[in-house]
Design a protein around this ligand. Structure first.
Ligand code: ZN
Length: 270
């Protein structure tokens, strides 16, 4: 089997310091945490930033500072978020692409997302795909529900997204598909041959989905954006603990862990 790409999502936009005191929030804290995760075996860091109050933000200066601090210390692949809802505008969501990360998240459809509505209109998805193509940023196609795969494939037909496609299945969000083996198998069966895929299980879905993925030849994402517990009732003190756990399981099931440069080859990043 292919080497295992471990992606880490250290912060996200929803997890709070009330949920866990260990959440990295400032650019320095996020960069320190990404560095620890890289040392532990993560190949990709998925980045969100927070304002001084710890609230979600799409402030480009915060992204710039965070990216620069990480790049000074390691060669991990950066995947900047383009997500946002409510008061965050479409233009703000496109902002991080100007930093030309190797990857950026591409939320491939609209949905209920916990108490919110997460809007990704067909027009916005075209605009997002076109800008990613212009800036040579590979979309990480985030799929929360089956129909989102087909939204992405329509953009491939239009020439706005180029294969090989890289999917991130996000299972267990309230409003999306549940984190079950059947749902994961259905999604993997629905993507074009030659695609690369990874899975996020939210909360208690994180470990079972990661283990399924390792066995099926997929890749994994872990981190406090998706889950804060290392075991039942035990908060992770660092995102690196999740990465270390994935590395241990990967060894046990005979999957070598991909370095960032291995992951660049697998994902077709140049
Ligand atoms: Zn995210």
């Amino acid at each position: 089997m292919e080497k295992l790409i471990i992606s880490v999502a250290t912060t996200g936009s929803i997890t709070s310091r009330q949920d866990t005191p260990y959440l990295p929030i400032t650019p320095v804290e996020i960069a320190d945490e990404v560095y620890r995760c890289w040392q532990a075996g993560a190949a990709i860091a998925h980045i969100h930033v927070r304002n001084a109050d710890g609230e979600r933000s799409m402030d480009l200066e915060l992204f710039k500072e965070t990216v620069s601090l990480i790049k000074q210390r390691c060669n991990i692949i950066l995947n900047l978020t383009t997500s946002g809802s409510g008061e965050i505008t479409e233009e703000q969501r496109l902002g991080p692409l100007e930093l030309r990360p190797e990857l950026a998240s591409f939320d491939a459809g609209s949905m209920n997302f916990g108490p919110r509505v997460f809007i990704n209109s067909p027009q916005f998805l075209e605009k997002l795909a076109a800008k990613m193509k212009q800036y040579h940023v590979k979309p990480e196609i985030e799929v929360f529900d089956g129909g989102m795969i087909y939204n992405a494939l329509r953009l491939v037909e239009k020439g706005l997204i180029d294969p090989p496609l890289h999917f991130q299945f996000v299972l267990g969000v309230r409003g999306g598909l549940a984190a079950t083996p059947r749902n994961l198998i259905f999604l993997v069966d629905s993507i074009p041959p030659g695609s690369i895929w990874s899975v996020v299980g939210i909360g208690k879905g994180q470990l079972p989905m990661a283990l399924m993925s390792m066995a099926m030849g997929g890749h994994v994402r872990v981190g406090m954006e998706d889950n804060i517990y290392l075991a039942k009732g035990v908060l992770a003190k660092s995102n690196a603990e999740f990465v270390e756990k994935m590395v241990r399981f990967a060894r046990e099931v005979g999957r070598e862990v991909a370095t960032p440069d291995d992951a660049r080859k697998i994902l077709g990043l140049t």
